[in-house]
Design a protein around this ligand. Structure first.
Ligand code: HEC
Length: 148
């Protein structure tokens, strides 16, 4: 068994490279994050529909700790002044990864992928990082810069 492990590892790496190319994502991200973080086929909603979905997801799964308006209760504020609350996350992709892996705090990685993209889109719109019609998903998230 031990003899086969390097071979198996090699295959996994090759797979990661292949998936990385197909998904046009950083290989390291794909291969270090557990779960199907970047299934390119799970296309997010785009535009207005995504933000509306994101607001519904937010109110249902996030507001009880972060506040109905993102003002913060027992958890940090996510929306509003000062400036941009999310600026410690350089890109939408990094914010997505944080939120999916850690939130909701008591049930991380429990929502459908499209709901995570939607709630990230909602937070970015409400913080004035992007316009409401910008789709947020695997193809766009690396390029959406949050830090100014
Ligand atoms: C059970 C309470 C709870 C729920 C529900 C919850 N969070 Fe959080 N969240 C927290 C706490 C507490 C922190 C601070 C964690 C820390 O500082 O380590 C946090 C931190 C965050 C941060 C980082 C804030 C910063 O200033 O860096 C983001 C972004 C975030 N949550 C998004 C969400 C989203 C989106 C949802 C809904 C999908 C959600 N959270 C649901 C408790 C919660």
């Amino acid at each position: 068994m031990a003899v086969r492990e390097p071979w198996v590892l090699g295959r996994v790496l090759v797979l990661c490279v292949a998936v990385g190319v197909v998904a046009a994502h950083a290989i390291g991200e794909l291969c270090t994050v557990p779960g199907p973080m970047s299934s390119a086929h799970a296309a997010p909603d785009s535009g207005d529909g995504q933000v509306a979905t994101g607001q519904a997801v937010y109110l249902k799964h996030c507001a009880r700790c972060h506040g109905e308006k993102g003002e913060g209760i027992e958890a940090p504020a996510l929306i509003g002044e000062p400036a941009n609350r999310l600026q410690s996350y350089p890109t939408a992709a990094i914010l997505y990864r944080y939120v999916r892996l850690l939130m909701p705090l008591d049930a991380p990685d429990s929502l459908p992928e499209r709901d995570y993209w939607a709630v990230v889109a909602y937070l970015l719109v409400r913080n004035g990082v992007i316009q409401e019609n910008v789709p947020v998903g695997p193809e766009t998230a690396e390029k959406i810069l949050i830090k100014r």
